[in-house]
Design a binder for this molecule. Sequence first.
Ligand code: T3D
Length: 267
Amino acid sequence: MSDSLGVETAGGVATLTLNRPDKLNAFDEALLGALAAALKQAARDAAVRCIVITGAGRAFSAGQDLGAVRARAEGDAAATGGMSFRAHLEQGYNPVIRAIRSVEKPVVAAVNGVAAGAGASLALACDLRLASERASFIQSFVNVGLVPDSGSTWFLPQMLGFARAFELAVTAERLSAADALSLGLVNRVYPEDRFQAEVAAYAADLAARPTRAIGLTKRAMNRAPGLSLDQALAYEAQLQEIAGRSADHGEGLAAFLEKRTPRFSGR
Ligand code: T3D
């Protein structure tokens, strides 16, 4: 793993901490590669039942490291692997976004501070967003003459509708945590002094739930926007067949009938 990404697994929760605080956790090659690898590892590890992505210091992430973009433009192949914008997105960012959407475990963005550019996209790609009161969200791509990427053109219109999403993308308006909450972009906002404890409690609660059913729910909701109601009903029935054979379904059923708290194993 890289110095620019902290990885800690405890109590079923893998916490991935973007760790370039002097650059507001902007992404360079090492951080992108480490994040993709850590997500893959967390997906494979049966002991991990919830993934949290957060940032070190005062930012969540300021998106692509613009120093590296300048270096690339000036021909420093080492800075971004000598790649085109397209290749850089395809090989660097897109695998991270795909990994978040495809891992069948809940992924929480713990947005501790500013999330800008691809940093905002990363937060939007997660299943849930918990924000500190000092968090903010900026579609800052337009400020540097770029197009929203890493999924923002897909996630934002779905969450907000075209007009609001387009406005944010073309104005780079900075949304406060309270704004984001009122728009439904974040699930919860916590005071700064309680943020870490609240995130830990929220993640621990998710990790103790029936992970298999949660993963299948994610699979169904990922697919639903492309389906008709008939297709969605059929897909739900197919996934329920799988969930219905899980150990956690048996445990949930037994616990209900025995009037006790279930102890889900994630299987
Ligand atoms: O091929 C490809 O990779 C294309 C992919 C593009 C994806 C993208 O993400 S494009 C968008 C890139 N991100 C941005 O445009 C955001 C740039 N940053 C900002 O607008 C501001 O820094 C913030 C609004 C995020 C925060 O503002 P503020 O006033 O709180 O902090 P600051 O003073 O601007 O920044 C603090 C330091 O972080 C500063 O360094 P210094 O002066 O203390 O040495 C600043 O240069 C550095 N920093 C902030 N963002 C980036 C960065 N360094 C490199 N890259 C950054 N993105």
